[in-house]
Unconditional design. Structure first.
Length: 147
């Protein structure tokens, strides 16, 4: 394993946004930099990155990310991504495992996530980690519109 999982640092911002764009996680209605700032204001210790240790000294090579949160009832995972160059090497599995460990440490009994329709490869990944599929309808309401 040539990467390490650690807490996000502000210096990682550009690399993480680029990773999310490469992975197709960004959407026009969500400003990724604002999402990062919001996460840093709430449980920043649950924002994790995977850093490749083989990059040039002083230049973090972020090859994965995950945001987790715990609301006292259940945990959630967001923005799980791994760089195309590092897929199928265990980066995402390591990030999910560390997020689950931190959530459990906080007393979290259950973790959930949302997967966009049609993303069957990702559903297969989570199946392999023991996640159950639910038949539910998600609803949402935007309280703040990102510019």
């Amino acid at each position: 394993m040539s990467w390490t999982v650690r807490a996000f640092e502000r210096a990682d911002t550009d690399s993480v946004v680029a990773l999310w764009e490469e992975a197709g996680l960004t959407r026009p209605w969500n400003n990724p930099r604002l999402d990062i700032e919001r996460k840093l204001a709430v449980q920043p210790e649950l924002f994790l990155v995977a850093e490749d240790g083989t990059s040039a000294p002083g230049v973090p090579a972020i090859v994965g990310s995950v945001m987790a949160g715990y609301d006292g009832h259940r945990g959630w995972l967001y923005y799980l991504a791994s760089a195309a160059t590092h897929r199928r090497r265990g980066v995402a599995r390591s990030l999910v495992g560390e997020a689950e460990r931190l959530l459990l440490e906080m007393g979290c009994p259950k973790v959930q996530l949302m997967v966009r329709e049609g993303n069957d490869g990702v559903l297969g990944f989570y199946d392999g980690l023991g996640y159950e599929r639910f038949t539910v309808s998600n609803t949402g309401k935007r309280l703040v519109v990102d510019a």
